[in-house]
Design a binder for this molecule. Structure first.
Ligand code: ATR
Length: 532
């Protein structure tokens, strides 16, 4: 179930959040601690507060009946979250208990959130009694908003100690190791009705996969509103992007792993492909800071494949049992698939993606790749990104000049890649005005791979000393901005230009083809196939 947690400070604001998302959710949590009148426990007496809550519940159900008539009665959780648990309530604890007792006794709510540390306290007995009389189920919650405590297992056991309650664990994951702790503790709770959440960016996968991992709901916050807890997605993301209601233990799970990853556009791309084809598959952002726990996390989440991004493109190699030759040649893997025996096989789709936009320009070889044999190219830069570019060009027989600010780095790259492919080493030179004449002999294709011209330093032009003739093909693999200053200059001179977005999209398409082949149960290819 998708449960919207209201975060407005008034009844009308909370109803507006419900109105916006009613079509996407199944349940509602009234986070009454966000109400201005409740926050410090002084703004209203008990009866005014409970009267406010009831008005909210009545109007929310009227709205629900109008917008979702087929869906039956709207179930509502009542929560007044304390500040030290990550909520807004700063008032007196006795008063909070009195408000909750009054509020649940009238049957307006289906669930009541009560914290684990209240178990067996005198204050709590009256509230639990009132809840039982009114048929309200207690969600027994444990919150660790600052990270997993050392005694997490014990707290989890205590939280789950009453069979008729719904245990809820909400732990902020400060890193991948804590995400793993939460996954393990969740599994130990067994198959009972429960809620397990890893808060923050490292835990987003647990929110998306709540159904699969055995939680009966996933909380979320209205779009463009304050979040009820760190890492909340919007109902629209859960419902539409991740197709929450279609996920099951049979769903194939994919992810992009990196740190950070929450800005990645890959989930939009791959989930749209899965959705269009009505495949039982989902693609998540999975922030990983410590790659050593990745294999165990991947088993818990049932990952079938991953996109790999910064900073793990090199280090992922030790997780792989095997890979296509290009991965070792360029010392980078951006895609890994799990084979039937559980081992991981690595690809580098950046390579084919770099080549793909060149096919319409230089023609197609019989294998589907671009016809580059003998084409004279200058590559600007000799860093990590240049490795895939130089490797791809060399493998297709291009004649290359590498210009780099540090010429020794260009020499090392040229020698290493030429040796791995068994071809003569490309020519190299320092990237400076004295090299002005050199590109003249290598100017059918110029490829820009440095970070010069990339946002936020988009004014840079790494080849400002060179004048385009208009006959060159200019290719900048930078895609922010879509057209760099260097590329604009090439376009103005009449060159054919290729921007980095073409490569970015091609690598996603290449990855998608690998994922789709795996989902179709096909034999996994030994190499990334050329992308058209
Ligand atoms: P990436 O993986 O993005 O290629 P990298 O390995 O750090 O990152 O390489 C950055 C590339 O941009 C290198 O070719 C670098 O030149 P050096 O090898 O001389 O460092 C180049 N680069 C970065 N800043 C530059 C600048 N201001 N002028 C020229 N080249 C620059």
């Amino acid at each position: 179930m998708i449960c919207l947690s209201t975060t407005a400070n008034s009844v009308d604001g909370a109803l507006e959040q419900l109105r916006r998302h009613a079509g996407e959710i199944d349940m509602l949590e009234l986070r009454a601690d966000f109400f201005a009148a409740v926050q410090d426990g002084r703004g209203a007496d008990d009866s005014t507060a409970t009267g406010t809550f009831h008005r909210f519940a009545d109007e929310a159900r009227r709205l629900w009946a109008a917008q979702r008539p087929e869906h039956g009665r709207l179930e509502i959780i009542l929560t007044i979250r304390r500040e030290h648990d990550g909520g807004r309530y700063r008032g007196d604890e006795r008063k909070r208990m009195r408000i909750l007792e009054r509020a649940v006794s009238t049957g307006h709510y289906d669930y009541l959130d009560l914290e684990e540390d209240l178990l067996e306290t005198e204050d709590e007995l009256a509230v639990v009694g009132a809840a039982a009389d009114a048929g309200v189920t207690v969600i027994r919650s444990f919150h660790a908003p600052k990270g997993a405590p050392a005694d997490l297992c014990e707290r989890a056991r205590r939280t789950a100690s009453r069979a008729h309650e719904v245990p809820k664990l909400a732990v902020y994951a400060r890193g991948s190791a804590e995400l793993l702790s939460v996954l393990k503790v969740g599994r130990e709770l067994g198959r009972r009705k429960r809620i397990v959440i890893a808060m923050g960016p490292y835990g987003v996968a647990v929110r998306v996969l709540a159904r699969v991992l055995g939680s009966f709901l996933s909380y979320c916050s209205a779009a463009d509103s304050e979040h009820a807890a760190p890492g909340h997605l919007s109902p629209t993301e859960l419902y539409r992007t991740y197709r929450y209601h279609e996920l099951s233990e049979h769903t194939a799970v994919y992810a992009v792993i990196g740190d950070p990853v929450m800005h990645s556009r890959s989930p939009q791309f791959h989930n749209a492909v899965f959705g269009d084809r009505r495949l039982s598959a989902v693609y998540l952002p999975l922030q990983i800071d410590d790659l050593s726990v990745f294999p165990e996390i991947s088993r818990h989440l049932g990952l079938q494949g991953v996109s790999v991004t910064i900073p793990h493109k090199g280090a992922i190699r030790k997780v792989l049992s095997d890979c296509e030759p290009a991965v070792d040649a360029v010392a980078a893997c951006n895609t890994a698939l799990r084979r039937r025996d559980g081992s991981w096989y690595g690809y580098n789709t950046d390579l084919e993606a770099f080549l793909a936009p060149l096919t319409p320009v230089f023609g197609r070889e019989a294998d589907g790749g671009p016809r580059l044999a003998g084409v004279r190219c200058t590559v600007i830069g000799a860093g990590g990104a240049a490795r895939a570019v130089v490797y791809g060009l060399l493998a297709r027989g291009a004649q290359i000049l590498i210009l780099n600010r540090s010429p020794e780095r260009a020499e090392a790259l040229a020698a290493e890649l030429a040796a791995s492919l068994g071809v003569p080493a490309p020519r190299t030179a320092a990237l400076q005005p004295s090299a002005r004449e050199l590109p003249a002999a290598y100017r059918e294709l110029l490829v820009q791979t440095t970070s010069v011209g990339m946002e936020p330093h988009s004014e840079g032009d790494p080849l400002s000393f060179y004048e385009f003739t208009g006959a060159e093909v200019a290719y900048d693999i930078v895609y922010t901005p879509p057209e760099t200053v260097w590329l604009q200059r090439a376009r103005r001179a009449g060159c054919r230009v290729i921007g980095g977005r073409a490569m970015f999209e091609a690598q996603a398409r290449a990855q998608s083809r690998l994922f789709l082949a795996q989902l179709a149960g096909e034999e996994l290819p030994a190499r990334t196939p050329p992308v058209g």
